[in-house]
Design a protein around this ligand. Structure first.
Ligand SMILES: Cc1ncc(COP(=O)(O)O)c(C=O)c1O
Length: 395
């Protein structure tokens, strides 16, 4: 009865884990949730005030499909001042979160049968979006030994005449890895030899960066004309529920995305757009305050995870996730169940340690699992204590 499109899609594993943990919580179990992908902070007050005023000022009608001119102007300024990138407002399309922007970009670029290179581990939605476009995801493995980043040689080897795009995510969900400007330039050197390949550059975690210098591949020579930069307010400004993201692209692409969006969602929420304008144009100290909290928690969780026997841990330079390798425990048992893979491992942690995480299978990396540290220091300490105690039972 259902369409081939829907039947082809996988359900969201991150949402499945959240649901299981909610069920346990409803039974009265004290679950620590490290499975969520959003800041635990509230939206800063000055942004909320702007939204309240927008309601009173009757921002209640349809906006232009790509967003209000004031928002796109604020984004143009942000891209110029923070990223050194020059765009005109017509090159910006605002959507219902960066998620819709990635989907717009994929739909606007990929024709049936065309290949899209996706470094693994990847954000769960990328391959599914490529499948929606009838494209073919091509995975390039970037294990923990290479800090979860692909090399120029791997990229070169993955490109075929059918390659249409590469999806890059830096800082990365789920690994926290960050490509430096030099690493991006090395990838760009390969891409310059293959002018048909576009880059969809997901920079939604730009501001949650512990090395200080965010780099966009759009700034590498000759890359601007075939890069789609994606960003938004969800992570930097703790605004996941407001649903505002943007893409910045060469004119033909921004026009195409606007055309697509005009047919299936129109412009995003009017009040949220005013709030996002304030986020980009208003005071920025809230971003730094939250970044510092994430940096402290990152140091804490890395230290504690390194103390768990059998875990291999990298030192993530951005985002708010840790992606330890846990395959040491595969084949081991607590007497009741055998841990076969990272899904089993995450389920074991939920049921025995009462800590919700996400198995790496969902991210194309079955040897690892993801913990979000967008939670309090106390929760991090207690969660890692419970995990250490639980894995000690696995023999
Ligand atoms: C890598 C990545 N891209 C995009 C998004 C979507 O963000 P938004 O809330 O703006 O849709 C997320 C959210 O988890 C993400 O992790």
């Amino acid at each position: 009865m259902l369409s081939t499109l829907v039947n082809r899609l996988a359900p969201s594993a991150t949402l499945a884990m959240s649901q299981k943990s909610a069920e346990l919580k409803a039974q009265g179990v004290d679950v620590i949730n490290l499975s969520v992908g959003e800041p635990d902070f509230n939206t800063p007050d000055h942004i909320k005030e702007a939204a309240k005023k927008a309601v009173d000022d009757n921002f209640s009608r349809y906006s232009p499909v790509p967003g209000y001119p004031a928002l796109r102007k604020a984004i143009v300024e942000k891209l110029k001042n923070e990223n050194g990138l020059d765009y005109a407002p017509v090159q910006i399309v605002c959507s219902n979160g960066a998620k819709q922007c990635v989907c717009n970009a994929v739909m606007a670029l990929v024709s049936p049968g065309e290949e899209v290179i996706i470094p693994a581990p990847y954000w769960v939605s990328y391959p599914q979006m490529v499948l929606m476009a009838d494209g073919k995801p091509v995975f390039v493995e970037a294990p923990i030994e290479q800090d979860f980043k692909i090399t120029p040689e791997q990229l070169e080897a993955a490109i075929t005449p059918k390659t249409k795009a590469l999806i890059l995510c830096s800082p990365s969900n789920p690994t926290g890895s960050v490509y430096s400007a030099a690493e991006l330039e090395a990838l760009a050197t390969v891409l310059r030899r293959h002018p048909q390949v576009w880059v969809i550059s997901d920079e939604i975690y730009e501001h949650i960066n512990y090395v200080g210098a965010h780099a966009s591949i759009a700034a590498c020579p000759e890359m601007y004309d075939r890069t789609i930069v994606i960003n938004g307010v969800s992570k930097a400004y703790a605004m996941t529920g407001w649903r505002i993201g943007f893409l910045a692209a060469p004119l033909a692409l921004s026009k195409a995305c606007s055309k697509l969006q005009g047919q299936y969602t129109s412009g995003p929420c009017s009040v949220s757009q005013v709030a996002a304008t304030e986020a980009f144009a208003g005071p920025q100290d809230c971003v730094e305050t939250m970044r510092q909290a994430f940096a402290r928690r990152k140091d804490l969780i890395v230290k504690l995870a390194k103390e768990v026997p059998g875990f291999e841990v990298n030192d993530p330079h951005g985002a708010f996730y840790l992606f330890p390798k846990c395959s040491f425990y595969f084949g081991k048992s607590d007497g009741e169940r055998v841990i076969k893979d990272s899904m089993d491992f995450a389920l074991f942690l939920l049921e025995v340690a009462h800590v919700a995480t996400v198995g790496g299978d969902a991210f194309g990396s079955p040897e690892c699992f993801r913990m979000s540290y967008a939670t309090s220091d106390e929760n991090i300490v207690e969660a890692l204590r419970r995990i250490k105690e639980a894995v000690a039972r696995l023999k």
